[in-house]
Write a protein that binds this ligand. Structure first.
Ligand SMILES: *[C@@H]1O[C@H](CO)[C@@H](O)[C@H](O)[C@H]1NC(C)=O
Ligand SMILES: *[C@@H]1O[C@H](CO)[C@@H](O)[C@H](O)[C@H]1NC(C)=O
Length: 477
């Protein structure tokens, strides 16, 4: 009898202690980026050690997949769902503090959904649901001119695929103000969401520049289109999508003349900063590790003075190039670029390679690689179609990827050193801000059949204001 009473007392004591305990999680859905790590928060409140309890994480999908199981002081993941194997971590030190948050490595699109964090003690149990959305950035938006409108306008359509969740699609004028457009058409398939949005634009005299912007919480992409006034006037269907020509073709000048408002620029950067802020640090760490690996492919690039445009001066050690005010008297050969202010490296490659170029103090540059068989005479439009995979700085704070359609890049910091990585087999050319440990841009899914030369443009040095050299630096591990 005594024993019985004693047990009852003990039991009710445990009850009252446990009754106040609660399992809590995040208030809203978590938005993760595919490929990055994610913490699924789950805590006992008030903080009580969960070391002696059972912690069970599972996904509320059709099969109630076991994500992670902790019991009797150990992880017991024998029947963990296959997709989570080796991808979860529950820190025992954190459990002591009542923190049963689960770390999930390299988030996949299939990880999207609802998770239950269930904590059990002998006399008590509680759970919380954690919702996860996995953001995937889709393809760069493509703007197509569809038809001529009866009212004298032009019908444009902006399209992009492979997004998750569906992005917001906006048409903007040159000042970045939203324009009214048709309803966005949304279609979902195995690749994610495909979005399409049409607009009819009219001739606004000098400002026929429009942007199509796709936006998620952590991602933003933009494409711009410039429509020459003559297209409206002459009733002709020729859209001048601002294809990036080499610095010196007239096309570029037309584009450059249209100056941008600083405010717009600032807002873009702010948008992007806000969007990236939360994930900036883990992202940097990841890029840092990635770069450390890429650096093992470093090659010793030297410049070939015999290929340099007459305005370019290559230093004695063949590691630096500057742009002179006037052309130098140089022997003209088919090797030499005679119109585009470009110089290439001495060696070409058909394997994976990496090099770094210091770009500090410059306001214009083009960096990347070029196919060996390019005709170096006359105007060249630097696009992948024409055998160039390049990124450029056009002026203060304006960066572009020369992808054949205009891709504006938003860089948070002005790069000091740019790393160029080419994976020949995989058809990949990637650019990195080496000091900031950030990824700038990648051309992926390309197909290389010819050798590739590193190529460089030191800008135009207009008014002698951009006389600093581009410097090929030694890659430090
Ligand atoms: C609960 O939190 C407080 C303050 O954060 C800390 O001092 C205390 O040790 C924690 N209790 C347990 C059981 O971890
Ligand atoms: C809870 O644990 C995770 C690791 O699983 C950790 O990243 C997080 O910072 C911890 N949260 C708190 C509030 O201590």
């Amino acid at each position: 009898m005594y024993l019985c009473v004693c047990l009852l007392v003990l039991y009710s004591f445990m009850q009252s202690q446990s009754e106040d305990l609660m399992v809590v999680g995040p208030e809203s859905s978590l938005v993760a980026i595919a490929g990055e790590d994610l913490i699924l928060p789950c805590f006992i409140k008030p903080n009580t050690s969960a070391v002696d309890m059972t912690v069970e994480w599972f996904k509320l999908d059709a099969g109630f997949s076991k994500v992670h199981f902790y019991d009797d002081h150990e992880d017991r993941n024998e029947d963990q769902a296959q997709t989570y194997q080796g991808r979860t971590l529950l820190l025992k030190d954190e459990l002591k503090k009542g923190n049963a948050s689960l770390k999930l490595y390299a988030v996949r699109v299939s990880d999207e959904g609802e998770y239950k964090c269930l904590i059990e003690d002998k006399s008590w149990s509680d759970d919380v649901i954690v919702r996860v959305i996995v953001e995937v950035r889709g393809s760069h938006p493509v703007i197509t001119m569809e038809s001529y409108d009866n009212s004298g306008g032009i019908n444009l359509v902006c399209e992009s695929r492979g997004w998750n969740p569906k992005p917001e699609v906006l048409w903007l004028d040159r000042e970045g103000a939203p324009l009214s457009a048709e309803e966005t058409q949304i279609h979902k398939d195995t690749e994610g969401f495909t979005v399409k949005r049409r607009i009819t634009v009219h001739d606004y005299s000098d400002s026929n520049k429009f942007y199509c912007r796709l936006q998620q919480i952590h991602h933003m992409m933009e494409t711009e289109v410039i429509i020459n006034g003559k297209v409206f006037d002459n009733w002709k269907l020729a859209v001048a999508i601002s294809a990036l020509a080499c610095l010196f073709t007239t096309g570029w000048i037309v584009t450059a003349v249209i100056s941008r408002k600083k405010a717009l620029q600032r807002r873009r950067v702010e948008d992007e900063l806000a969007a990236m802020g939360k994930f900036a640090e883990p992202q940097r760490q990841k890029v840092k590790e990635e770069l450390a690996e890429l650096k093992s492919y470093a090659v010793d690039v030297t410049l070939d003075p015999d290929t340099a445009h007459p305005r370019l001066r290559v230093s004695e050690d063949e590691k630096q190039v500057t742009c002179e005010d006037s052309p130098q008297d140089r022997h003209d050969t088919t090797q030499r670029f005679n119109k585009c202010v470009i110089v290439v490296g001495k060696r070409s490659y058909s394997r994976t390679f990496y090099y770094e170029v210091q770009v500090s103090r410059k306001t214009q540059w083009i960096l990347g690689v070029m196919r060996e068989d390019i005709n170096r005479q006359g105007d060249i439009t630097v696009t992948p179609q024409n055998g160039f995979w390049t990124v450029e700085m056009r002026k203060e704070n304006e960066y572009r990827a020369n992808a054949g359609r205009d891709i504006r890049l938003t860089l948070i910091e002005r790069p000091v050193k740019v790393g160029v990585y080419v994976n020949y087999e995989r058809g990949l050319v990637s650019f990195y801000d080496v000091e900031a440990n950030s990824h700038i841009y990648s051309f992926s899914d390309q197909s290389f059949t010819k050798e590739l030369f590193p190529c460089f443009s030191a800008g135009l040095n207009e008014g002698g204001k951009d006389s600093a050299p581009l410097i090929i630096t030694v890659v430090n591990d």
